[in-house]
Design a protein around this ligand. Sequence first.
Ligand code: FES
Length: 107
Amino acid sequence: MIKVHLVAADGAETTLDVKPTGSLMEAAVAKNVEGIAADCGGLLTCATCHVYVREPFAGRLPPPSGDELGMLEFTAAPQRPNSRLSCQIALAADLDGLTVDLPATQY
Ligand code: FES
């Protein structure tokens, strides 16, 4: 199991103990974390699973695919250099402690 931390826009933090498989979006939705809408279920067509990944993890993730970069243009909240779509973040053992900030809105 690894721990991942999701910090809401108001500062409230949710910590999940999850298996290092699947995506961050799937883990968050399974635990009913508010702030990850994921309307498309991970098909990379909605941009409502937007997160801001904190260092050092942002630099450890594989770079976004062209499709992810394209969908990041459609996030409701402003895009930042560390913006990612959580359905594209594959959980792995080396992401233990992964911390992401949630945007104020996904719509
Ligand atoms: S869940 Fe729709 S783009 Fe990530």
